[in-house]
Design a protein around this ligand. Structure first.
Ligand code: HEM
Length: 373
């Protein structure tokens, strides 16, 4: 199911680019297109709804989520590392009215997620009067969780289900989108790497067919590009704050129980003691390497028990979309100058400071396929 959604969204993206192309070389705002794609994939997996782009029928749901996301992006970073953590006295006064804002945002988010669950529940009730197969019931994540709730209501309350889907949205959309945007920016600044990736796709995917999930194992260089992107521009540069559950010793440091720990993955990924030419974009460094494990110096998804459970999904989404964009279109920078790689964000995630725009045109060999999608 999730593979069908990914494939449909990748198709829809290249179709939309093709239909929006009017000759010559055309400019596109890639960030907003990639956001719609990652959100559609996640929402499709969670609830079967499609909120953005051609043929979207759940546009209102998408708009509602955008509002919530906008508020979250302002509040959450300051909440995670607020002055209250360092000056506990401020907790008594509720620093900058933060608490009120959090409570209001929580209610909006809660209502939104509850509506998704209730919607699925209603659909199941309507369908239960007709015949409904097991496969149909489990088509979405909410659809798969509701029967478990019926069997174990004390463990799978609506609140738990809401927590699961909220985490998927917050942890899974922005991170994948930012990684694709950084990767495309790096490729625009390194056209020779873009060409090498295209040659790999040409050699391994028959002409006249859009690449799919099953091709990804044959595209190791594409994977190296994604790893190198995650090394230089990890979407979560400080991973996620953790708290030590007991007194520990870390190197020469004593870490008392209850200490907040931040791991600076971005700094580790660029440490000249463990990487050769650490600031250079060189995907070849990952050739033949199990990058995720080697020496624990590469950790874009964190490590261990609390490492990212969505890493496999993220790698597939990013590879499929990047591969489809490279396979179908020629890409160039908008201006002769290099794409500006300044990092923005607030510490929690690391977007490009300036959204990526690029020039594109369909590859002549792909026009027939693109016009049939
Ligand atoms: C390129 C994309 C992604 C990156 C770079 C990324 C990175 C991370 C990182 C660094 C962490 C914290 C790990 C730690 O603290 O040790 C994390 C946690 C998490 N990620 Fe991802 N992630 C990505 C995509 C996804 C996707 C697609 C999903 C879900 C569908 C997801 C779900 C989660 C969840 C649920 C957690 C919390 C795990 C826990 O606290 O135990 N992530 N991710």
């Amino acid at each position: 199911m999730s593979s069908t959604i990914r494939h449909e969204e990748a198709r829809s993206l290249v179709r939309q680019l093709f239909r929006g192309f009017h000759g010559g070389s055309q400019k596109v705002d890639l960030r907003s297109m990639l956001f719609h794609l990652t959100f559609n994939i996640m929402m499709g997996m969670v609830s079967g709804k499609r909120c953005f782009g051609e043929g979207a029928v759940d546009v209102e749901v998408g708009q509602r989520f955008l509002e919530i996301l906008k508020e979250t992006s302002v509040i959450v970073p300051s909440m995670l590392m607020s002055l209250c953590d360092f000056l506990p006295i401020l907790r008594w006064v509720g620093f900058q009215g933060m608490e009120k804002k959090i409570v209001s945002l929580k209610k909006k988010r809660d209502d939104f997620l509850q509506d998704l669950i209730d919607d699925e529940r209603r659909k199941r009730q309507i369908k239960s009067s007709t015949t409904i197969t097991e496969a149909e019931k489990k088509k979405t994540i909410i659809g798969a969780l509701l029967p478990i709730q019926e069997a174990e209501p004390e463990h799978y309350s609506d609140d738990i289900i809401k927590g699961i889907i909220l985490l998927m949205f917050t942890a899974g959309t922005d991170t994948s989108l930012l990684t694709m945007e950084w990767a495309m920016s790096l490729l625009l600044n390194h056209p020779e790497t873009l060409e090498k990736a295209r040659a790999e796709i040409n050699d391994n995917v028959e002409q006249g067919r859009l690449l799919s999930d099953s091709d990804l194992a044959k595209l190791p260089y594409l994977r190296c590009i994604i790893n190198e992107t995650l090394r230089l521009y990890p979407a979560a540069p400080l991973l996620v704050p953790h708290v030590s559950s007991q007194d520990s010793t870390l190197g020469e440091y004593h870490v008392p129980c209850g200490t907040m720990l931040l791991v600076n993955a971005r700094a580790i990924h660029r440490d000249p003691k463990v990487w050769v030419e650490p600031t250079k974009f060189r995907p070849e460094r990952f050739e033949g390497v199990d990058g995720e494990r080697e020496g624990f110096k590469f950790m874009p998804f964190g490590l261990g028990r609390r490492g990212c459970p969505g890493a496999g999904l993220a790698m597939r989404v990013v590879a499929l979309v990047l591969g489809a964009l490279i396979q179908c279109f020629e890409w160039e920078r908008v201006r002769e100058e290099m794409v500006d790689m300044t990092e923005g964000g607030n510490g929690l995630t690391m977007p490009k400071a300036k959204p990526l725009e690029a020039m594109y045109r369909p590859r002549p060999t792909m026009v027939k396929l693109l016009s049939q999608l």
